[in-house]
Write a protein that binds this ligand. Structure first.
Ligand SMILES: [Zn+2]
Length: 192
């Protein structure tokens, strides 16, 4: 004889079985999705830079670049030389500065004046590459933002971009940089 209790138990068992089946199906689907995800992934933009003119700042440039490469996926910076490079990095006795020429293009100067003032060279490099990747200066005084430049203390050694900065660069790499001014010049990044 089928009682109400038996019906409830049967219903519960069926519900549990269905949930398990559904979970299994979802896991299967996720697994399949991973296998075929590659064609759907957004293309990664590669920006080649030439730091052969960066003199004593070559390792600082490499550190700043590595920080960006670890923080963003839509664009990656790679060393190159000659005509392949769209970014040239030099060292001189002036202030650190960047002359961008569109997303992923431009000229960076690792100016010694800010280094003499105590600013951390890898952070300077990461900041200037932030301009190359379409970020403006943002003098909010915060060490956890790269684009704060001189408004953060010289003791600040953060080279990783803030999540907000990384997200903006991801959008810029995806073509959201319509307002980019080709003639922009960032020359007082680390001046007081
Ligand atoms: Zn700047």
């Amino acid at each position: 004889m089928i009682t109400n209790g038996t019906l409830r138990r049967t219903a519960r068992s069926l519900a549990v079985a269905f949930t398990l089946l559904l979970s299994f199906a979802l896991v299967q689907q996720a697994g399949a999705g991973t296998a075929v995800a590659a064609p759907a992934a957004p293309s990664v933009r590669t920006v080649y830079y030439d730091a052969s003119g960066a003199q004593e700042f070559k390792s600082a440039v490499a550190a700043g670049v590595a920080a960006w490469n670890a923080a963003v996926h839509n664009v990656q910076l790679k060393p190159a030389s000659g005509g392949q490079a769209t970014v040239k990095v030099y060292a001189d006795d002036g202030w650190p500065r960047t002359y961008p020429g569109g997303f992923g293009r431009g000229t960076v100067y690792m100016g010694r004046q800010a280094v003499n003032d105590g600013f951390y060279p890898p952070r300077i490099a990461a900041h200037e590459f932030g301009h190359i990747l379409g970020l403006p200066d943002n003098r909010n005084g915060r060490c956890d933002y790269l684009m704060s430049g001189h408004s953060s203390p010289t003791s600040c050694k953060t080279t990783a971009p803030h999540a907000t900065e990384a997200a903006q660069v991801e959008r810029n790499a995806g073509g959201a940089l319509s307002a980019f001014t080709r003639d922009a010049e960032y020359s007082d990044c680390f001046t007081f």
